[in-house]
Design a protein around this ligand. Structure first.
Ligand code: GRF
Length: 202
């Protein structure tokens, strides 16, 4: 399965994919794109000899045009699955229709709690004792698509975002490659009786 990754930042999740699934388990990372030309994620991809491109908002009249260009580029690399790994832009309806059921995201909270930006800060402000990570299909909402994998961790003494991320990073770096592996193996399907439920056949 040819996988593309969209990332805006440091790309540690991209690195986990490059290290754990790229070139094995029937998975190949074929393209990495960013809205941010100086994203560290792009350098990580280059180091792994993966094709890169950046699509800064300032170069397009609007999101629809930019997402069309991103989609064209991804398809020109044979992309079959799009992984959002810290991609800080919303994707247009047309982009999602073009890659229907083939876009996934990793989020640092137990959805549906704390969607959107600053999820860990939201969770800390709420005072929760259990944090977690969700990998989900992307739909038109903000972090509202069906959940593929989810893992929780109790951090009763959490004080700062950094404390929490120290616990969540390893979970993200485990869960996202696992989800990609399962999808590539054809082990992930949506329950025909309830499209919110994702069934995993291990
Ligand atoms: C991760 O915490 C992920 O859950 C969120 O954005 C962050 C990306 O981190 N969507 P990195 O760029 O992969 O290091």
């Amino acid at each position: 399965m040819n996988v593309a990754v969209l990332a805006s930042g440091t790309g540690t999740n991209l690195q986990a994919l490059l290290d754990q699934v790229h070139g094995s388990d029937g998975v190949r990372i074929v393209a990495v794109a960013s809205d941010n030309p100086s994203a560290v994620a792009l350098a990580r991809a280059e180091d792994a000899s993966v094709a890169t491109a950046s699509f800064p908002a300032s170069e397009y009249p609007g999101r629809a045009d930019r997402d069309r260009a991103i989609g064209d580029w991804l398809l020109s690399h044979g992309t079959e699955l799009v992984v959002l790994a810290g991609y800080l832009q919303l994707l247009s309806k047309d982009f999602l229709a073009r890659f229907a059921g083939k876009v996934i995201n990793v989020h640092p909270a137990l959805l549906p709690a704390f969607p959107g930006l600053h999820a860990v800060e939201q969770a800390l402000a709420y005072g929760v004792k259990v944090f977690g990570v969700t990998v989900h299909f992307v739909d038109e909402g903000v972090d509202t698509g069906p959940v593929i994998l989810q893992r929780a961790v109790a951090i009763p003494e959490a004080r700062s975002e950094q404390d929490v991320m120290e616990h969540l990073r390893p979970l993200e770096h485990q869960l996202l490659p696992e989800a990609v592996r399962l999808i590539a193996a054809g082990a992930v399907r949506v329950d025909p009786d309830n499209p919110r439920r994702v069934l995993i056949e291990r």
